[in-house]
Design a protein around this ligand. Structure first.
Ligand code: ARG
Length: 474
């Protein structure tokens, strides 16, 4: 056996170099969140304003201290807004950066701000406020995307396209009907975000570190001042819970998945063998080598960004699982996933709204394919049921045989002669041809939620009215 080699400085060459700077440096690097949580500055200052105002109202600090604190916070906000604020890693996070600067500006009044408060309830508050704002912003964007879809749907309420199952031509539908399906999906995304907002809208401020405080604070007042429905009932829950962040990420993942399906369809529809739609120069890119190319990059990126949004949901779930109550520094890892989720989804929504407005459907091509693949076979079967009184299963069988005859002869169903049809089912009459066209098929689908152009136009109009009024979708 060779001797065990003595440890050498080279043994830790991968990270030892960095350690020459001392463990304190790496400690600071892993610990500091100011690099990303500076985005919480508005929420942090809003929380401090409400807290200081409440402390003075309860006689915990003087009115003079409150006024100094509020003026100091205005100054800090102005510095950050104006890009003149010196964010410092030694001051670790946004909470300590703001507070330390406030103390520089005001002295003792600033030192009194943290009475009856901890960074644990402070960060819980800031992140809740941030997610609430993000939801409000995303809600506007989803509504805008829906408006874009509704406008196209209204214009194409009667434009035929092939409806697919298994990506095989199934039955004719209208392009407007297809787009309105996404409107329904996005309406549910809005309502998922609205549910999340309603549940998160309780105020953790006043929980202090984890156990509450000995000061006579007024949690109702701070909750009200910050637009919350009520204070959170349990101080331990208040500083520990991030389930609302998970809900937000889940709602975002769902929304992204919906956008990604539309993006994938746009990619397919743009492809030459489909040629269902075109996008203009505004939403396509060229190839550096193939001059003829027009690529749907925005759609591809919407499709791909769904991956990182899903990843953030898993990251948040993983941070939270097994974390003992109450606060753990693990919770600092909630922010980057949340921020990137909101940013990525906002980008996807904006790009999707833009693409939908830019879409030019190629109505002739879609009309041609709508009638391919025996797409009106179900209409024929329905006719056999309705007119000849056949049970549906028998009608299905007869139609299947007619499709086989047509296929063997290289024609479609309307191309079969009456004699050929009667050879399969003698009671078939001339009237059957009236249901075999794409237009007849579309017009006949008048059941609730069906693709009949009149239905689609009415649905699109209803959505336009609902979205125009700014009402939250049901
Ligand atoms: N930066 C911290 C976070 O994001 C703030 C809370 C720190 N609290 C503490 N007890 N160290 O979670």
């Amino acid at each position: 056996m060779p001797d065990t080699p003595a440890p050498s400085p080279a043994a830790n060459a991968l990270w030892g170099g960095r350690f020459a700077a001392g463990p304190a440096a790496i400690m600071q690097e892993i610990n500091a969140s100011i690099g990303f949580d500076r985005r919480l500055w508005r929420q942090d200052i809003a929380g401090s304003r409400a807290h200081a105002t409440m402390l003075a109202a309860r006689g915990i600090i003087s009115e003079a201290d409150r006024d100094a604190i509020l003026a100091g916070l205005d100054q800090v906000a102005a510095e950050i807004e104006g890009g003149r604020f010196n964010f410092s890693t030694e001051r670790e996070d946004i909470h300590m950066n703001v507070e330390a600067r406030l103390i520089e500006l005001t002295g003792d009044p600033g030192r009194r701000l943290h009475t009856a408060r901890s960074r644990n309830d402070q960060v819980a508050l800031d992140v809740r406020l941030w997610v609430r704002d993000a939801i409000d912003q995303l809600d506007l964007q989803i509504a805008d995307c829906m408006r874009a879809l509704v406008a196209q749907a209204e214009a194409h309420a009667a434009t035929p396209m092939p409806g697919f199952t298994h990506l095989q031509i199934a039955q004719p539908v209208t392009f407007g009907h297809h787009l309105l399906a996404y409107v329904e999906m996005l309406a549910r995304d809005r309502s998922r975000f609205a549910d999340c907002r309603a549940r998160l809208n309780e105020c953790p401020l006043g929980a202090a570190a984890l156990a509450g405080t000995s000061f006579p604070i007024d949690r109702d007042a701070t909750a009200r001042a910050l637009g919350f429905a009520r204070p959170m009932a349990n101080s331990i829950d208040a500083v520990s819970s991030r389930d609302y962040a998970i809900e937000f990420a889940a709602a975002a993942a769902n929304c992204a998945a919906n956008l990604s399906r539309l993006a994938e369809e746009i990619v397919l529809w743009m492809s030459a063998p489909f040629r269902f739609v075109t996008l203009t120069d505004a939403f396509t890119t060229g190839s550096s080598i193939m001059p003829q190319k027009r690529n749907p990059d925005a759609a591809e990126l919407v499709r791909a960004k769904t991956g990182r949004i899903n990843g953030h949901l898993v990251a948040l779930l993983t941070v939270m699982k097994g974390l003992p109550l109450t606060y753990g520094k693990d919770l600092q890892e909630d922010k980057e996933p949340l921020f990137d989720t909101a940013d990525s989804l906002a980008l996807c929504l904006a790009a999707t709204a833009g693409m939908v407005r830019d879409l030019r459907p190629n109505a002739e091509v879609m009309r041609r394919w709508a009638g391919e693949g025996f797409a009106t076979a179900t209409d024929l079967a329905d006719w056999l049921v309705r007119v000849l009184g056949l049970p549906f299963r028998s009608a299905h069988h007869v139609t299947g045989r007619l499709v086989a005859v047509a296929e063997a002869r290289g024609t479609d169903l309307a191309g079969l002669t009456l004699a050929e049809m009667q050879a399969v089912e003698p009671r078939i009459t001339e009237d059957v041809y009236s249901v075999l066209t794409v237009e007849a098929s579309l017009a006949s689908r008048g059941s609730l939620g069906g693709t009949a152009p009149a239905n689609v136009a009415a649905q699109a109009r209803a959505w336009r009215d609902r979205l125009g009024s700014g009402a939250i979708a049901p």
